[in-house]
Design a protein around this ligand. Structure first.
Ligand SMILES: NC(=O)c1ccc[n+]([C@@H]2O[C@H](COP(=O)([O-])OP(=O)(O)OC[C@H]3O[C@@H](n4cnc5c(N)ncnc54)[C@H](O)[C@@H]3O)[C@@H](O)[C@H]2O)c1
Length: 354
């Protein structure tokens, strides 16, 4: 029996990962699910596995609390998904993002140093690489971090700290993933796809920022979870000294299906999947400030070194995802009842001092 400590487990990807983990590892895994139930945290995401996980409400940026949890459960494997994750919200409350995404990443690495584990995966994002110039094909593990938003800058700070731990403490087995945009079940309806579906199911239009031509790289959440699990269990060996000047030698893996789609195209597909006319059901609204236009990463390293490949094609995955939100109306209605409307209108929002 191995003990898995999964943070951010009540969020979108963490909850999907815990459910898959219990399928993949069946009776071999004892799962400790940690989450501080922040804005995006929803313990109901774990309802289907509630009797098979131990839930701990805790803040990953609190060293004393996390060290106590590590000492109590002695995890073999750690996956750190916990982060504040919404770019819009980060513009309004950047400090919360710095705490979870930067300090939280350090505290988690430190706990794995103080109470040794077999492997620790720090889950990060494509967005730390910043905006892809139109002339470039994609980012790779060699690309410099070039974050430009408060969310991605906080994640990039966390990445830098984790990279420092990888190289400074050779016995600490810590790895990292950078993933493309995820879609799938259990995503808070403030993100593009669930926002579009839940608006349409309530007779409201889909809001699209600006011209909607921002390009994103999309991957089904189940494929992301499989990639994280593959990285967690890979036999990677020690970090070579040459990694100091060759970042592609670090245990860092970019995860993507190389599937680039514009936000407008996503909105059109969701509207069409529900049998409606995109000309009638999409409205363009003011763009959020400092919005990245494009990003795409190359997953060649994880494909060739670890044999991971995405299994879901985008059209099927998107259709199934839309159906999931149609069939799980009670799940998202409860969220909207509790949190109110989740879309942002930047023409109404002040970004400076009140
Ligand atoms: N959603 C994506 O498209 C995407 C893509 C690539 C990488 N990621 C990364 O994957 C991870 C999970 O993303 P998500 O989309 O599931 O986000 P999410 O916002 O749905 O879930 C994050 C969870 O972390 C919890 N959390 C935040 N700060 C915490 C703290 N200090 N202590 C304990 N719990 C805390 C929240 O309560 C929430 O339940 C994040 O690290 C994110 O940067 C997300």
């Amino acid at each position: 029996m191995s003990v898995y400590l999964v943070t951010g487990a009540a969020g979108f990807i963490g909850a999907n990962y815990v459910q898959h983990l219990l399928e993949w590892e069946a009776s071999h895994a004892e799962v400790i699910a940690v989450d501080y139930l922040g804005f995006a945290g929803n313990q109901a995401n774990l309802d289907s596995v509630a009797d098979r996980v131990v839930f701990e409400k805790a803040d990953i940026a609190d060293l004393a609390a996390m060290e106590e949890i590590y000492r109590r459960y002695r995890p073999d494997y750690v996956v750190n998904f916990a982060a504040e994750s919404h770019n819009d919200r980060a513009i309004l409350e950047p400090s919360a993002f710095m705490r979870s995404n930067a300090l939280g990443a350090q505290v988690m690495a430190e706990c794995s140093r103080l109470v040794p584990v077999r492997a620790h995966v720090h889950v990060s994002t494509i967005e730390v690489y910043g905006e892809l110039p139109p002339r470039d094909r994609w980012f790779t593990e060699r690309s410099p971090l070039n974050a430009k938003t408060p969310y991605s800058a906080a994640k990039a700070a966390g990445d830098q700290i984790v990279r420092a731990y990888m190289q400074t403490y050779p016995n600490l087995d810590i790895r990292m993933t950078h993933c493309a945009n995820n879609y799938g079940p259990y995503q808070l309806p403030e993100k593009l796809i669930p926002l579009a579906v839940t608006n349409l199911l309530r007779g409201r239009k889909v809001p699209v920022y600006g011209d909607g031509l921002q390009r994103r790289d999309w991957l089904h959440v189940a494929d992301h979870c499989a990639a994280v699990h593959r990285v967690l269990h890979a036999d990677l060996g020690p970090v070579p000294a040459q990694a100091a000047t060759a970042p592609e030698l670090l245990p860092v893996f970019d995860v993507s299906a190389r599937h680039e789609v514009t936000n407008l195209d996503i909105a059109r597909r969701v509207v069409t999947a529900l049998g409606l006319d995109p000309e009638e059901w999409i409205e363009h609204i003011p763009d959020r400030p400092n919005h990245d236009r494009r990003y795409l990463i190359d997953p060649e390293k994880i494909e060739t070194r670890l044999g991971w490949r995405p299994e879901r094609d985008f059209d099927t995955g998107l259709t199934e995802t839309v159906e999931w939100y149609v069939e799980h109306r009670t799940w998202w209605e409860r969220i909207l009842e509790e949190k109110g409307e989740l879309g942002f209108d930047w023409s109404m929002v002040s970004q400076g001092p009140a």
